[in-house]
Design a protein around this ligand. Structure first.
Ligand SMILES: *[C@@H]1O[C@H](CO)[C@@H](O)[C@H](O)[C@H]1NC(C)=O
Ligand SMILES: *[C@@H]1O[C@H](CO)[C@@H](O)[C@H](O)[C@H]1NC(C)=O
Ligand SMILES: *[C@@H]1O[C@H](CO)[C@@H](O)[C@H](O)[C@H]1NC(C)=O
Length: 189
Protein backbone atom coordinates (compact mmCIF):
# COMPACT_ATOMS: atom_id res chain seq x y z
CA UNK A 1 0.00 0.00 0.00
CA UNK A 2 2.74 2.41 0.98
CA UNK A 3 4.57 1.49 -2.20
CA UNK A 4 1.49 2.32 -4.24
CA UNK A 5 1.17 5.69 -2.57
CA UNK A 6 4.78 6.53 -3.14
CA UNK A 7 4.44 5.56 -6.79
CA UNK A 8 1.34 7.71 -7.09
CA UNK A 9 3.22 10.69 -5.73
CA UNK A 10 6.13 9.96 -7.99
CA UNK A 11 3.77 9.91 -10.96
CA UNK A 12 2.36 13.24 -9.95
CA UNK A 13 5.73 14.77 -9.46
CA UNK A 14 6.40 13.63 -12.99
CA UNK A 15 10.13 13.99 -12.68
CA UNK A 16 11.11 10.64 -11.45
CA UNK A 17 14.00 8.33 -11.35
CA UNK A 18 13.16 5.55 -8.98
CA UNK A 19 14.13 2.06 -8.11
CA UNK A 20 13.26 -0.39 -5.42
CA UNK A 21 16.01 -2.27 -3.73
CA UNK A 22 16.75 -4.15 -0.58
CA UNK A 23 18.37 -2.55 2.44
CA UNK A 24 17.66 0.64 4.27
CA UNK A 25 18.12 4.23 3.25
CA UNK A 26 21.50 5.81 3.80
CA UNK A 27 21.95 9.48 4.61
CA UNK A 28 24.25 10.92 1.98
CA UNK A 29 25.81 14.34 2.46
CA UNK A 30 23.56 17.19 1.36
CA UNK A 31 24.24 20.74 0.31
CA UNK A 32 25.86 22.78 3.08
CA UNK A 33 24.23 26.12 3.80
CA UNK A 34 21.35 25.52 1.43
CA UNK A 35 19.91 28.82 0.22
CA UNK A 36 16.26 28.22 -0.66
CA UNK A 37 15.86 31.69 -2.13
CA UNK A 38 18.65 31.13 -4.62
CA UNK A 39 17.08 27.76 -5.47
CA UNK A 40 13.75 29.34 -6.49
CA UNK A 41 12.69 29.84 -10.09
CA UNK A 42 12.37 27.44 -12.99
CA UNK A 43 14.37 24.27 -13.58
CA UNK A 44 14.27 21.79 -16.49
CA UNK A 45 14.39 18.10 -15.70
CA UNK A 46 17.45 16.51 -17.26
CA UNK A 47 17.19 12.83 -16.39
CA UNK A 48 14.99 10.15 -14.92
CA UNK A 49 15.11 6.36 -14.67
CA UNK A 50 14.38 4.37 -17.81
CA UNK A 51 12.74 1.71 -15.64
CA UNK A 52 10.28 4.24 -14.28
CA UNK A 53 6.69 3.33 -15.15
CA UNK A 54 5.90 7.03 -15.64
CA UNK A 55 7.12 7.66 -19.13
CA UNK A 56 3.99 9.48 -20.19
CA UNK A 57 5.42 12.98 -19.89
CA UNK A 58 8.04 15.04 -21.64
CA UNK A 59 9.58 18.43 -21.19
CA UNK A 60 9.22 18.35 -17.40
CA UNK A 61 9.92 21.47 -15.43
CA UNK A 62 9.86 22.33 -11.75
CA UNK A 63 9.29 25.83 -10.42
CA UNK A 64 9.93 26.84 -6.84
CA UNK A 65 8.97 29.95 -4.95
CA UNK A 66 8.78 30.94 -1.29
CA UNK A 67 5.29 31.06 0.21
CA UNK A 68 4.34 33.81 2.66
CA UNK A 69 4.68 31.33 5.55
CA UNK A 70 8.24 30.41 4.54
CA UNK A 71 7.39 27.05 2.96
CA UNK A 72 8.41 26.33 -0.61
CA UNK A 73 5.77 26.28 -3.32
CA UNK A 74 6.39 23.56 -5.89
CA UNK A 75 4.81 23.88 -9.33
CA UNK A 76 5.64 21.04 -11.72
CA UNK A 77 4.68 20.84 -15.36
CA UNK A 78 5.06 18.39 -18.20
CA UNK A 79 3.95 18.30 -21.82
CA UNK A 80 1.78 15.40 -22.94
CA UNK A 81 2.31 14.17 -26.48
CA UNK A 82 -1.07 12.47 -26.47
CA UNK A 83 -3.15 15.44 -25.44
CA UNK A 84 -0.71 18.08 -26.71
CA UNK A 85 -1.26 19.97 -23.50
CA UNK A 86 0.77 21.14 -20.54
CA UNK A 87 -0.14 19.31 -17.34
CA UNK A 88 0.70 20.54 -13.87
CA UNK A 89 0.86 19.59 -10.21
CA UNK A 90 1.23 21.99 -7.31
CA UNK A 91 2.72 21.05 -3.98
CA UNK A 92 4.25 22.45 -0.84
CA UNK A 93 7.63 21.64 0.61
CA UNK A 94 8.78 22.11 4.18
CA UNK A 95 12.54 22.41 4.39
CA UNK A 96 14.97 22.16 7.24
CA UNK A 97 18.08 23.28 5.42
CA UNK A 98 18.46 21.02 2.37
CA UNK A 99 16.25 18.29 3.88
CA UNK A 100 12.71 18.85 2.67
CA UNK A 101 9.47 16.99 2.58
CA UNK A 102 6.98 17.67 -0.15
CA UNK A 103 3.24 17.09 -0.32
CA UNK A 104 1.06 17.41 -3.40
CA UNK A 105 -2.44 16.72 -2.11
CA UNK A 106 -4.01 16.90 1.29
CA UNK A 107 -4.61 13.14 1.19
CA UNK A 108 -1.16 12.18 0.04
CA UNK A 109 1.61 11.37 2.50
CA UNK A 110 4.58 13.66 2.31
CA UNK A 111 7.56 12.45 0.35
CA UNK A 112 11.06 13.39 1.23
CA UNK A 113 13.18 15.54 -1.03
CA UNK A 114 16.84 16.09 -0.30
CA UNK A 115 18.78 18.77 -2.08
CA UNK A 116 22.11 17.10 -2.55
CA UNK A 117 23.71 19.71 -4.73
CA UNK A 118 22.67 22.88 -6.46
CA UNK A 119 25.12 25.42 -7.83
CA UNK A 120 21.90 27.48 -8.17
CA UNK A 121 22.83 28.83 -11.59
CA UNK A 122 23.29 25.67 -13.67
CA UNK A 123 22.56 22.27 -12.20
CA UNK A 124 20.92 20.62 -9.20
CA UNK A 125 20.83 17.08 -7.88
CA UNK A 126 17.92 15.98 -5.73
CA UNK A 127 17.67 12.64 -3.98
CA UNK A 128 14.90 11.00 -2.00
CA UNK A 129 14.80 7.72 -0.23
CA UNK A 130 11.88 6.20 1.62
CA UNK A 131 12.25 3.19 3.85
CA UNK A 132 9.68 0.53 3.11
CA UNK A 133 9.08 -2.79 4.75
CA UNK A 134 12.28 -4.78 4.07
CA UNK A 135 13.24 -2.49 1.25
CA UNK A 136 13.72 1.08 0.20
CA UNK A 137 12.67 3.20 -2.74
CA UNK A 138 14.95 5.91 -3.93
CA UNK A 139 14.56 8.59 -6.51
CA UNK A 140 16.89 10.90 -8.35
CA UNK A 141 16.24 14.13 -10.18
CA UNK A 142 18.81 16.05 -12.17
CA UNK A 143 17.61 19.57 -12.83
CA UNK A 144 19.06 22.28 -15.03
CA UNK A 145 18.46 25.98 -15.46
CA UNK A 146 19.00 25.59 -19.21
CA UNK A 147 16.79 23.57 -21.54
CA UNK A 148 19.90 21.68 -22.70
CA UNK A 149 22.66 21.98 -20.12
CA UNK A 150 26.35 21.82 -20.96
CA UNK A 151 27.74 18.31 -20.43
CA UNK A 152 30.18 19.52 -17.77
CA UNK A 153 27.26 20.41 -15.48
CA UNK A 154 25.54 17.07 -16.03
CA UNK A 155 28.84 15.30 -15.34
CA UNK A 156 29.17 17.28 -12.12
CA UNK A 157 25.75 16.07 -10.92
CA UNK A 158 26.52 12.48 -11.90
CA UNK A 159 29.88 12.55 -10.12
CA UNK A 160 28.26 13.82 -6.92
CA UNK A 161 25.63 11.10 -7.16
CA UNK A 162 28.28 8.42 -7.69
CA UNK A 163 30.33 9.73 -4.77
CA UNK A 164 27.52 10.11 -2.24
CA UNK A 165 25.16 7.29 -3.24
CA UNK A 166 27.59 4.79 -4.75
CA UNK A 167 25.01 1.99 -4.78
CA UNK A 168 22.72 3.96 -7.07
CA UNK A 169 23.22 2.54 -10.56
CA UNK A 170 22.88 5.18 -13.21
CA UNK A 171 22.99 2.72 -16.14
CA UNK A 172 19.27 3.11 -16.56
CA UNK A 173 19.02 6.87 -16.42
CA UNK A 174 17.08 8.18 -19.36
CA UNK A 175 17.45 11.70 -20.63
CA UNK A 176 14.27 13.70 -20.54
CA UNK A 177 13.08 14.96 -23.91
CA UNK A 178 13.51 18.74 -23.86
CA UNK A 179 13.52 19.33 -27.61
CA UNK A 180 11.78 21.43 -30.17
CA UNK A 181 8.43 19.68 -29.79
CA UNK A 182 8.17 20.84 -26.18
CA UNK A 183 5.72 23.43 -25.07
CA UNK A 184 6.53 25.11 -21.77
CA UNK A 185 4.30 26.76 -19.26
CA UNK A 186 4.56 30.53 -19.42
CA UNK A 187 1.65 31.80 -17.35
CA UNK A 188 1.54 32.97 -13.76
CA UNK A 189 1.89 30.32 -11.12
C1 LIG B 1 7.06 13.05 -27.59
O1 LIG B 1 7.32 13.63 -28.85
C2 LIG B 1 8.69 13.97 -29.11
C3 LIG B 1 8.76 14.66 -30.47
O2 LIG B 1 8.14 13.86 -31.46
C4 LIG B 1 9.53 12.69 -29.05
O3 LIG B 1 10.89 12.98 -29.29
C5 LIG B 1 9.37 12.09 -27.66
O4 LIG B 1 10.12 10.90 -27.56
C6 LIG B 1 7.91 11.79 -27.38
N1 LIG B 1 7.79 11.32 -26.02
C7 LIG B 1 7.16 10.20 -25.69
C8 LIG B 1 7.12 9.87 -24.24
O5 LIG B 1 6.65 9.48 -26.52
C1 LIG C 1 18.17 -1.60 -15.82
O1 LIG C 1 17.19 -2.01 -16.76
C2 LIG C 1 17.22 -3.37 -17.04
C3 LIG C 1 16.24 -3.64 -18.17
O2 LIG C 1 15.02 -3.00 -17.92
C4 LIG C 1 16.88 -4.15 -15.77
O3 LIG C 1 16.93 -5.54 -16.03
C5 LIG C 1 17.89 -3.79 -14.69
O4 LIG C 1 17.53 -4.39 -13.48
C6 LIG C 1 17.95 -2.28 -14.49
N1 LIG C 1 19.01 -1.93 -13.56
C7 LIG C 1 18.79 -1.22 -12.46
C8 LIG C 1 19.99 -0.93 -11.64
O5 LIG C 1 17.70 -0.79 -12.16
C1 LIG D 1 -3.06 23.34 -13.82
O1 LIG D 1 -3.90 22.44 -14.49
C2 LIG D 1 -5.26 22.61 -14.15
C3 LIG D 1 -6.03 21.47 -14.79
O2 LIG D 1 -5.78 21.43 -16.17
C4 LIG D 1 -5.74 23.98 -14.63
O3 LIG D 1 -7.09 24.17 -14.31
C5 LIG D 1 -4.89 25.04 -13.95
O4 LIG D 1 -5.22 26.31 -14.46
C6 LIG D 1 -3.42 24.77 -14.18
N1 LIG D 1 -2.63 25.70 -13.35
C7 LIG D 1 -2.01 26.76 -13.85
C8 LIG D 1 -1.28 27.61 -12.87
O5 LIG D 1 -2.00 27.01 -15.05
Amino acid sequence: MQKTLILAIAALIGTVSSRYSTGQCTTPALQDAFDATKYTGAWFQVAKDRASPFENGNCEQARYSINADGTLKVFNTQFSNETQSIENATGTAWCNGPQCSVKFFWFSPSAEYRVMYPDYENIALVYACNDLFLAKADFVWILSREQNPAQEYVDKALSILAERVPEFTTDNLSWTYQGGACQYFSGPW
